[in-house]
Ligand binder design. Structure first.
Ligand code: HEM
Ligand code: HEM
Length: 172
């Protein structure tokens, strides 16, 4: 069965992940501007912990999406295709962004010790950690670009009075 609206669980996951990613993104880019301090280590550790939680939530969200498929909003073919493509790219980014962060941190043996649940790690590898650091940075720019595109498109539909935002709000 193909549904016409997102379930409450899908909406909750969408908004929780969106808020966490925006917060993690801002924290991530602030690291370079902060001097070494207990506040900075707290922020970095919180970034890693919440980032791994986003990774679990992203996997869960994809499973929920497969089990609860939603029909695309009826729009001209090309716009509908662009929307679907952007959504697939966003799904890819919400998995690879935290995955690269986790690989970077665990390959340099720097996972936060106070993580509430056991997270498996890999053995020390300076070269892997370095490449994941670079990839994490590039993905940071990519996610910013696609989230801005996604928000811009949503606002465009609101302006055109197409009820697309309503599909992701709890009132529908
Ligand atoms: C969706 C989740 C995540 C987002 C959106 C995110 C975003 C970012 C961004 C934008 C940066 C700045 C990159 C740069 O300056 O080049 C950053 C840095 C960093 N992130 Fe993440 N991150 C996420 C998950 C994680 C995870 C899961 C970990 C580790 C377990 C992690 C560890 C780090 C570390 C250690 C840095 C600092 C790198 C440095 O020394 O410059 N991140 N993150
Ligand atoms: C980090 C931030 C965000 C990410 C990663 C993200 C990701 C996604 C993804 C992957 C979908 C597709 C859902 C599906 O069909 O399975 C989606 C749908 C949607 N998002 Fe976001 N989103 C973010 C932020 C936002 C924001 C800030 C808004 C509002 C301005 C928004 C509005 C929407 C709407 C209205 C839909 C439903 C589109 C439709 O019904 O076709 N999103 N989002």
């Amino acid at each position: 069965m193909i549904y016409t609206t997102y379930s409450s669980l899908q909406k909750t996951l969408h908004w929780t992940i969106a808020i966490l990613i925006i917060g993690l993104w801002c924290a991530g880019f602030s690291f370079d501007y902060l001097a070494k301090s207990t506040f900075k280590s707290f922020l970095v550790n919180t970034h890693k912990t919440l980032g791994v939680i986003v990774l679990f939530m992203a996997f869960f969200r994809i499973i929920v999406r497969i089990k609860h498929p939603v029909k695309a909003f009826k729009l001209p073919k090309l716009i509908e295709f662009m929307g679907k493509l952007t959504h697939i790219i966003l799904y890819f980014l919400i998995v690879t962004m935290p995955l690269s962060g986790w690989l970077m941190a665990t390959a340099s043996q720097k996972m936060p010790s106070w993580f509430p649940i056991y997270i498996p790690g890999i053995s020390y590898s300076k070269s892997l950690s370095k490449s994941m650091h670079m990839i994490h940075g590039y993905l940071g720019y990519a996610i910013a670009f696609f989230v801005l595109l996604h928000v811009g498109a949503t606002l465009y539909h609101v302006w055109r009075k197409e009820p697309i935002l309503d599909r992701m709000l709890f009132r529908s």
